[in-house]
Design a protein. Structure first.
Length: 670
């Protein structure tokens, strides 16, 4: 059947950073998400699964940490769904992100469509790009595939409406997630049909948040059907009233002076939606079926640090945005228990909303009722639930064409299941072929041993799940007992499973068979974990000597030397590095920090300020290392001249200000 709804695949030139490089090291050094708070003030009826499903890092994924601040015009594959009202643009190479949602009637962009693809360190794997709508599944934080290609396919509904499908196999939870997008003829809303499958035989922690960035506008208001919110303001997670908290209306993002989260506590019987409207009552609305019960507002705040973060992730003078999100749990401090062999499905809808501005910006209860009435007219809740049921068979239908390939881990999982005579995961989904990262595991599966590996080459991949751990152990104790690589895999996997004794023995065995940098690095992480930072720093120096041109290992060596307060040794280590490694921004940052701590603030200042100022690509969300370096240098300069110094009143240059938790004084504005 013919339809005015179309699907087009084409390339679009977008300034982008290079995301092709990954870390050479396993992700076992602890990484704390910004959501991992420790202080909670909760009530008996909050029903939050706080702490459930927390992990320390991204293992077995490798960190995407080799990007730079350099942007170049790049041909980016896009998929466009379009009808007479909306044009939705997706990026298969960036986790299937909804990059743009354009309202053709109003001639306006509904999302913050970032004009550049500039990575920053906000994901569990480091690299993350702001803007659009991001689909986050599995573990707390941003999706491991947020800056990677995911499987992208095309199919059609019975009436000819084109459907764009993205899907992947998430390795930590061993779950499959799938999203089917469609934009029916005459629809003013984009529909997203979500499906998560627990492939395991046990209950797993599950996490999902649709992360929506909208342009920050003056007098913009968030509307959601709630009278309470959970907030992290004050460093303790607690319930706060809505809309007024501490004398200000928190439904207006511009009223929050510092970086903050608000998780709206929507009663079970209320409709699940969130929208952000400007002073004229126009903006974006997102609604869903009841399974997606959580809604959130995130603001960077009005301080200099928050403003700098938004520019840092986009372009100078632009990039101001607000995040409105929707999730399975009430908050992002928790995962939700998902039963074995279970599938969860829900529907989301996105589009433009235009309501009476006087009501939208008036009484809180009346404003919410106004949105409910608008939604009931545009898309009754029962209609959305019926659409979810009507498209169930479509969601289980194989695609007609695969236009982008994701990772090879789903294919490997199916190969494992075939060996054990288990059914394939989600047989209607094509997980492609094994890739280079899966080849060692294919050998282990078929030959009970790993291929011989060169100690000079970093392992391409790691494994965590029990089915592979048992095979590694069997190989190490049997047919592969003389293989350094097998013992390394056993040591690192045991480390990730918190079996410290086995990890230490296996890593030492790996090094005894064939000296290699990778087992020494893991031993250094283990020593640091035990509190022996001094020993860890010396072990990692030895590791770096075995792989002198490895950028991630050099960076980790500098980090551990600073942790051990061995500033002179860090400076000495830096001077022995190649010129190429000395230019790496994170390594230069550590070097400058070592200089100022050892008393040479002049050299530290030179490194910080040369070439227009040091720009570290992978500043971590919540990290203020660059700011602290500037403050330490200025303090040392003041002391050298006998001047008084008050760090609390100091105002770093805008380019070095990353303290989004601080409220700026008027005189400190950019």
């Amino acid at each position: 059947m013919e339809t005015s709804s179309t699907l087009t695949v084409k390339t679009q030139k977008i300034p982008a950073c290079d995301l092709s490089g990954v870390s050479s090291l396993p992700s076992i050094a602890e990484v704390k998400n910004i959501q991992q708070k420790t202080n909670f003030d909760l009530q008996e009826d909050d029903e939050l699964y706080v702490g459930f499903g927390y992990i320390d890092g991204a293992f077995p994924y490798l960190a995407q940490n080799q990007y730079t601040r350099q942007l170049k015009e790049t041909d980016v594959k896009t998929v466009i769904l379009e009808n007479q009202y909306l044009r939705a643009t997706f990026l298969p190479g960036y986790g299937g992100k909804l990059h743009s949602l354009f309202d053709k009637e109003a001639g306006r962009e509904l999302l913050f469509s970032n004009p550049v693809l500039q990575a920053g360190n906000l994901s569990v794997r480091n690299a993350w790009i702001s803007g659009g709508v991001e689909w986050n599944c599995g573990i707390i934080g941003h999706n491991p595939f947020t800056c990677s290609s995911v499987f992208t396919a095309i199919l059609h509904m019975d009436d000819g409406t084109p459907v764009l499908r993205i899907y992947e196999f998430e390795r930590i939870r061993q779950a499959v997630y799938q999203v089917d997008f469609f934009l029916p003829e005459n629809s003013r809303l984009l529909f997203c049909r979500m499906r998560i499958v627990n492939t395991r035989s046990e209950t797993i922690p599950m996490y999902w948040w649709s992360n929506i960035a909208v342009p920050g506008v003056e007098h913009g208001r968030v509307l959601v059907d709630a009278d309470e919110s959970y907030s992290d303001r004050g460093q303790t997670i607690h319930r706060v009233p809505v809309p007024y908290y501490e004398g200000v209306d928190i439904t207006y993002p511009e009223n929050t002076p510092i970086s903050a989260d608000y998780f709206w506590r929507i009663p079970q019987e209320k409709r699940k939606y969130i929208c952000y409207v400007d002073s004229q009552g126009y903006g974006l609305v997102q609604t869903s079926t009841p399974r997606l019960r959580g809604r959130k507002l995130f603001v960077w705040g009005e301080g200099r640090g928050g403003k700098h973060w938004q520019e840092f992730l986009s372009v100078p003078g632009g990039g101001k945005y607000v995040e409105i999100q929707a999730g399975l749990g009430y908050t992002q401090y928790e995962c939700v228990p998902m039963a074995p062999k279970n599938a969860w499905e829900w529907m989301e809808a996105y589009g433009a909303i235009k309501i009476d501005p006087d009501v939208a910006h008036g009484d809180w209860k009346q404003a919410r009722n106004h949105v409910n009435q608008w939604l009931s007219h545009q898309l009754p809740e029962e209609q959305l639930e019926q659409l979810l049921r009507d498209t169930h068979s479509m969601a289980l239908r194989p695609a007609e064409e695969l236009i982008e390939t994701g990772s090879g881990w789903g294919a490997l999982e199916n190969l494992l299941r075939q060996t054990e005579n288990f059914p394939a995961i989600c047989p209607h989904l094509d997980f492609g072929d094994l890739q280079e990262e899966q080849q060692p595991w294919k050998s282990l599966l078929e030959n009970e041993r790993f291929p011989l590996a060169d100690t000079a080459c970093a392992p391409l991949s790691w494994m965590l799940q029990p089915e592979w751990s048992s095979r590694i152990l069997k190989a190490a104790e049997g047919t592969d007992s003389d293989n350094w690589f097998t013992w390394l895999q056993l040591g690192v996997t045991s480390y990730a499973q918190r079996d410290w004794e086995t990890a230490e023995k296996a890593l030492k065995k790996s090094f005894e068979i064939a000296p290699n940098a990778w087992s020494l690095y893991a031993l250094a992480c283990l020593q640091q974990l035990k509190g022996d930072v001094d020993h860890a720093s010396q072990t990692v120096v030895k590791a770096a000597a075995l792989a002198p041109e490895d950028p991630t290992l050099a960076q980790e060596t500098m980090r551990l030397l600073l942790d051990a307060q061995k500033f002179d040794q860090a400076i000495e280590f830096y001077t022995r590095l190649s010129a190429a490694l000395q230019k790496k921004e994170r390594i230069r940052l550590f070097y400058a920090f070592a200089c100022v701590r050892s008393g040479d603030y002049q050299q530290a200042e030179k490194v910080l300020l040369e070439d227009g100022g040091l720009e570290v690509p992978d500043v971590r969300e919540g990290e203020t290392f660059v700011t602290e370096l500037w403050l330490l240098i200025e303090e040392a300069k003041a002391r050298s001249t006998g001047k008084e110094w008050d760090m609390e009143k100091a105002t770093p240059p805008f380019q070095f200000e990353f303290r989004a938790h601080l409220q700026s004084q008027p005189s400190q504005d950019k």
